[in-house]
Design a protein around this ligand. Structure first.
Ligand code: SAH
Length: 493
């Protein structure tokens, strides 16, 4: 409930820095949030909502950086996980930071890799908050101990093969009873075990485990960089591994119910620039192909005050789903309806309207081409973005129509952070769903797209023309000018 109220308040607030956003009416609260093992889609709904609402995020090395894109403008982002091992001093520093920011009245998310309470020192942080008398909540996460093997095709338990699983730390300071584990003979999942792997295999073998026992080592699990080595206990020390890695020991490690590693864009980095309100669909489609998707919301939709609409119209024309959404909020449509493409048409159908006309190619020019010639100076209503080109208006006027346009919304630039600029220059593919997104990105990158070395995939000809004029090289145009078509073009690029 609190989260919902805050969200409405935070949307209507002017943009300010996280520190100035202190709210005296909000209880002092820290949320220890599990970020999941790497795939950003594996965060919980509650975790994502908190990221959208909070004033400060204090995050770890292993928390997926894509999740930071959910934070609001002005949210303070503090990276506390540069080093692989967190020393006692570092832990005290983090505990104090949580307490200090919470006492400033800020809503703090402590974002931790996997689950906060599985070998993640979340318990110590919660203990420090208890001692300081600060309210906190735990938002569990998907732990790498189970999800990483699953993405490598390994169920940690399996009928007739393994009835239980033990999750242990492989850190050299740990007090794991390796003898008991060797005797138990169940699945062993070792986290933080890369450095100490020689010692681990030695102890298990010395205590009676078969040296031929299967082992799988999964690096960067659930991310586009995932790779899996299969070996056995005796050979474990010789495996070349880059941390972070999860080590699975036991008969289940032979299993390979492959799905994630066979996807076509695994390992590719794709930048998606869209208005933040609509970014989800393309990202989801491209992520399904296995790519690492970096969402860069360069433009944001701002609703304008809607003027009264009167008069009789023969047609109402829509060129974006957002225009539909905003228009039907205020008015009923009584005329025939034209939509530029399937997404706009679907939004109209969802609102209960049938669409008379959708052009074969989903852009403004084709809409004008396929529009009928006016009889008796017919009237067209065109609810639109304030910054839309005048293709529709001038095109329809030349076909004899009288066009009344109403500006429902506009878009504005969202500034890029340093990490976003780095992601853009390192990407393999960048996908543009509108010419205004191209212009916005060029603008924030310093007026040109020349620094983009990856392929530039555009939804349609107009978007491509603008990208080319702004210095983009290696341009690919989607065959079908829709989000699905754009995703397909990314796959084929
Ligand atoms: N709380 C976390 C674990 C923290 S310990 C969780 O529930 O997942 C950190 C260890 O988790 C790493 O050393 C590694 O063994 C494992 N790990 C975390 N992310 C991983 C990933 N993407 N791929 C493989 N192992 C990972």
């Amino acid at each position: 409930m609190v989260a919902t109220c805050d969200r409405i308040l935070s949307r209507s607030r002017p943009r300010r820095s996280g520190l100035q956003d202190a709210k005296w009416w909000q209880p002092v609260t820290v949320f220890l949030v599990g970020a999941g093992p790497g795939d950003p889609d594996l965060i919980t709904v509650k975790g994502k909502q908190l990221l959208e609402d909070c004033d400060v995020v204090i995050y770890d090395r292993l928390a997926p950086s894509e999740l930071l894109a959910f934070t609001k403008v002005g949210c303070e982002l503090i990276d506390v996980g540069k080093r692989p091992a967190i020393s006692e001093n570092d832990q005290d520093y983090i505990n104090n930071l949580l307490i200090e920011r919470a006492r400033m009245g800020l809503k703090v998310v402590r974002l931790k890799g996997g689950d906060p309470y599985v070998l993640g020192r979340g318990g110590e942080e919660a203990q420090a908050l208890v001692n300081a008398g600060i309210d906190f909540q735990i938002v569990p996460g998907v732990t790498s101990a189970i999800a990483v093997p699953a993405y490598a095709g390994i169920p940690v338990t399996h009928r007739n093969i393994a009835d239980s699983v033990t999750i242990v730390t492989g850190h050299q300071d740990s007090k794991v009873n390796w003898k008991a584990l060797a005797e138990l003979g169940t699945t062993i999942v070792v986290l933080m075990g890369v450095t100490n792997r020689k010692e681990i295999s030695r102890k298990l073998i010395e205590n009676g485990m078969d040296p031929a026992t299967s082992v799988a080592i999964v690096e960067w699990g659930t991310t586009p960089e995932q790779s899996t080595h299969r070996t056995n206990l005796e050979e474990l020390e010789r495996a070349r591994v880059r941390p972070p890695a999860t080590i699975v020991i036991g008969q289940v490690a032979e299993m390979n119910l492959k799905w994630f590693e066979s996807r076509p864009l695994l390992g590719k980095r794709v930048v998606v620039t869209r208005a933040s309100e609509t970014a989800g669909k393309l990202s989801r489609l491209v992520r399904e192909f296995g790519a690492r998707v970096i969402e860069i919301p360069t433009i944001r939709t701002l609703e304008l005050e809607v003027p009264p609409v009167s008069g009789e119209y023969e047609w109402t024309v829509f060129t974006s789903p957002i225009a539909v959404e905003l228009y039907v909020k205020h008015f009923r449509i009584t005329s025939k309806i034209a939509a530029v493409g399937p997404a706009t048409r679907n939004r109209l159908n969802e609102a209960g309207y049938q669409v008379e006309l959708v052009p074969d190619e989903f852009d403004a020019n084709s809409l004008v081409e396929s529009f009928p010639i006016a009889q008796n100076s017919g009237q067209v209503l065109y609810p639109k973005s304030q910054i839309a080109k005048d293709t529709i208006e001038s095109g329809l006027v030349s076909k004899g129509w009288q066009v009344t346009s109403i500006d429902l919304y506009t878009t504005e630039r969202v500034p890029l952070s340093d990490w976003q600029i780095k992601e853009i220059s390192n990407c393999d593919i960048i996908a543009f769903a509108s010419s205004s997104a191209v212009e916005a990105l060029a603008d924030v990158l310093g007026d040109t797209l020349r620094s983009v070395s990856g392929k530039v995939v555009c939804i349609g000809y107009e978007t491509a023309r603008v990208a080319e004029s702004l210095g983009a090289r290696s341009i690919v145009i989607a065959k079908e000018h829709s989000i699905e078509g754009l995703a397909k073009a990314v796959l084929d690029a």
